[in-house]
Design a protein around this ligand. Sequence first.
Ligand SMILES: Nc1ncnc2c1ncn2[C@@H]1O[C@H](COP(=O)(O)OP(=O)(O)O)[C@@H](O)[C@H]1O
Ligand SMILES: [Mg+2]
Length: 221
Amino acid sequence: MIQLNNISKIYNKGKANAFQALYDVNLTIEDGELVAIIGTSGAGKSTLLHILACIDSYESGEYHIDNVLVKNTSEKTLAKIRNEKIGMVMQDYALIDDFTAIQNVMLPLDFAKKPSRQKKELSLQALEVVGMKQYAHKSVNQLSGGQKQRIAIARAIVNQPSMILADEPTGALDSKTSAEIMDLFHELHLQGRTIVIVTHDTNIAAQCERTIRIEDGRIVS
Ligand SMILES: Nc1ncnc2c1ncn2[C@@H]1O[C@H](COP(=O)(O)OP(=O)(O)O)[C@@H](O)[C@H]1O
Ligand SMILES: [Mg+2]
């Protein structure tokens, strides 16, 4: 379960260009939920997702993930939480273009103490889940947007995280490909994973169990 209590985020705190991106955000997401975070551009969606993913800090409030407080936590502990619990699908895929699909999917396993044969096997399994096994050895720059998104999702699930966080996963895709990617999230959800999808598309949000709307850094519904 993830729990945010009165989270505030201020970029460039104490400087002339300080900007408060989140105000007193309270939010609970139960295990196994499929949640959409919706709001216009600049509302604070990515900021919120990055805090949930433990890749950004916050100025006040408390964030608990499975009852562990994520605050002033050592980089080592954070890395462990990220590795075990969180799969992140970044905006615009964030793949390494001149790597092959499998090389991209293997990246989160870089630090795992596993034999490389096993890392390859796990990566192939993740590629199979997203229907991309046959493209394992293709260079990413030869793939379409929808295929790249599948690779990004494979990379997010290769560590078997309990929670998948996706930032505008259909933002750059046509409607047919978007529907296919949403089908994939539904499958992962049915397998018991918690899924949080940031979107500004109300059609995508309507396919989720719950929609959290954020405006100017505040949750409004
Ligand atoms: N690194 C940063 N430094 C300063 N301001 C930022 C930074 N990242 C985001 N912001 C600002 O915070 C607000 C929320 O951004 P973001 O969370 O990316 O919005 P969204 O994902 O909803 O479009 C925006 O006004 C944005 O300009
Ligand atoms: Mg964003």
